[in-house]
Design a binder for this molecule. Structure first.
Ligand code: HEC
Length: 489
């Protein structure tokens, strides 16, 4: 017994006994906690410093909500929308969960912009903090990549067309644009390969990079030390430090509380919408990105033809390089904003440009002829889809039954005609219905073959209004088409 205790005599007096004492002795948890909490902050705790830990909190929340979403989500063009629809409409609190994740992304971008602004305005990137700033810039890019890749996953109209525009914008980059677009999409068109790539990026690849960069960001931050207020020397702080715990921790927690309450209220009262499933054949749909991509979206509209290389490549590259190299270019120790007119002028210019571009895009959406109506229509279609109860997909059993029916050669021929005539563009593959036209499944119980033939000869006003083209086929083809439509169960 005595031998066993020999090495334990150096145990710290605090929590040295019982289970915690043992755990501390084995892991050094106490020391770790002390290192984490007793970080000195020159000049004392301030509300200006709360955004970094706010970001950490949202990131954690995104991981937790994301894991729960992944329990249901299936990344394929056939199932993605149905599974998100299931989460939204059938899973207990599923809509709330999905809203938390979706609005969490927006919250992350907002807090990120605040964190970046605070760092910039306070000149906190100065004084041996080049790598800290660089890792922050890369994290910014990774968060935007998360927002971009996550947006596609629900595979509704909004997601599909916004990502189609986004990946098309990439192809504007000279020389390599087309290849990057193909790499992102997994081909020339968007489909299951695109979803699977975006899913892997969103769930494995980018988060792994984010973990690594957050670790280096925090490590580099602790190595350089907190920069303190803007009248502080960035290399050698002179003001009386205050420890991170307890006052700064409490201030940071106030932002966390605000985020929890704000997101909770928003997700409860304005849950995230899910639109009808992506229909690539829809030529009317007007895509719009999330608010944080609006400025880029508007910017790209101004650049066409030969000049586009300036807008798509030259100016963005200069901007990105300027941001990345900022702590190398700006070597002065002056941190007070009013003594840095060029830096503050640049900040104001970029901020006003981004806000201006975003507002311009919103303004055009309201005033360009036809656009406002179409956008309003899309909103209504989304709301209508949200009101419909969840509909499970046809099971493999019923699909097999359909194939048996198609053993009837007439119906099989009809299926080919149905697709050749683009009936499926509006009525969906297998006549399951889309936002543009009702389902034809089970129509045989309502209309006989003769009645269908009659309907095709004399379409109703609603069919004409819905843009259904007149059916003008040889008698044999018409018979086959009707046989197929009647076979849809
Ligand atoms: C541009 C979109 C569009 C296309 C393409 C289209 N339809 Fe339609 N279809 C509609 C609309 C809209 C309606 C009417 C919806 C209503 O009555 O509310 C309709 C109605 C129908 C109906 C009657 C449904 C019912 O429940 O009474 C049938 C049958 C039908 N379509 C078959 C076809 C066939 C076969 C084709 C291919 C030759 C086709 N449609 C192509 C839009 C389309």
């Amino acid at each position: 017994m005595q031998l066993e205790h020999q090495g334990e005599s150096d145990a710290t007096p605090r929590s040295a006994t019982g289970f915690w004492g043992w755990l501390n002795h084995r892991t050094g948890l106490d020391d770790l906690l002390r290192t984490a909490l007793y970080e000195p902050i020159p000049g004392g705790a301030r509300f200006a410093y709360i955004f970094g830990s706010g970001l950490l909190f949202i990131f954690l929340s995104q991981i937790i909500t994301g894991v729960f979403l992944a329990l249901y989500y299936v990344p394929s063009a056939d199932h993605a929308h149905t599974t998100v629809s299931y989460i939204t409409k059938a899973v207990t609190a599923g809509s709330f969960l999905r809203s938390l994740h979706a609005y969490g992304a927006s919250a992350m971008v907002i807090v990120l912009l605040l964190h970046l602004s605070q760092t910039y305005i306070y000149g906190a990137y100065k004084g041996r903090r080049e790598l800290l700033w660089l890792s922050g810039c890369v994290l910014f890019g990774l968060v935007m990549a998360m927002a971009f890749t996550g947006y596609l996953l629900p595979w509704d109209q909004r997601a599909y067309f916004a990502t189609a525009v986004g990946t098309n914008a990439v192809s504007e980059i000279p020389w390599i644009g087309e290849s990057i677009k193909r790499l992102l999409r997994g081909g020339t068109e968007m489909g299951t390969l695109t979803i699977s790539r975006f899913f892997v990026a969103h769930v494995f690849f980018v988060p792994a990079l984010i973990f690594a960069l957050i670790a280096s960001h925090i490590f580099l931050f602790r190595k350089a030390g907190a920069a303190g207020p803007f009248n502080e020397d960035p290399y050698d702080p002179k003001q009386k430090p205050e420890l991170f715990y307890p006052r700064q921790v409490l201030m940071d927690l106030s932002l966390t509380a605000l985020l929890i309450i704000g997101l909770g209220v928003l997700c409860f009262f304005v849950p995230m919408q899910l639109g009808p499933p992506a229909n690539p054949a829809d030529t009317q749909y007007i895509p719009r990105p999330e608010w944080y991509y609006l400025a880029i979206f508007q910017w790209l509209k101004y650049w066409h033809g030969a000049a586009s290389i300036i807008g798509v490549l030259v100016i963005p590259t200069i901007l990105v390089l300027a941001v990345l190299t900022l702590p190398f270019l700006d070597r002065s120790v002056e941190r007070r904003p009013w003594k840095r007119p060029a830096a503050m002028g640049g900040y104001a210019f970029v901020l006003f440009s981004l806000v201006g571009l975003g507002l311009r895009s919103q303004y055009l959406d309201r005033h360009e002829p036809g656009v406002a109506q179409q956008l309003a229509k899309q909103k209504i279609e989304e709301a209508e889809y949200m009101r419909k109860p969840f509909e499970p997909e046809l099971s493999s059993v019923s699909l097999a039954a359909e194939n048996v029916l198609l053993a009837d050669p007439l119906a099989a021929k009809g299926k080919a005609i149905f697709e050749a005539q683009s009936c499926n563009a509006c009525h969906g593959d297998g006549g399951v219905g889309t936002a543009a036209a009702p389902a034809l499944v089970g129509i045989a119980t309502r209309l006989s073959s003769d009645q269908l033939a009659e309907l095709f000869k004399h379409p109703t006003a609603k069919m004409n209004a819905g843009g259904m083209p007149p059916i003008d086929l040889p008698a044999d083809d018409l018979k086959a088409l009707i046989a197929y439509v009647e076979s849809l169960k």
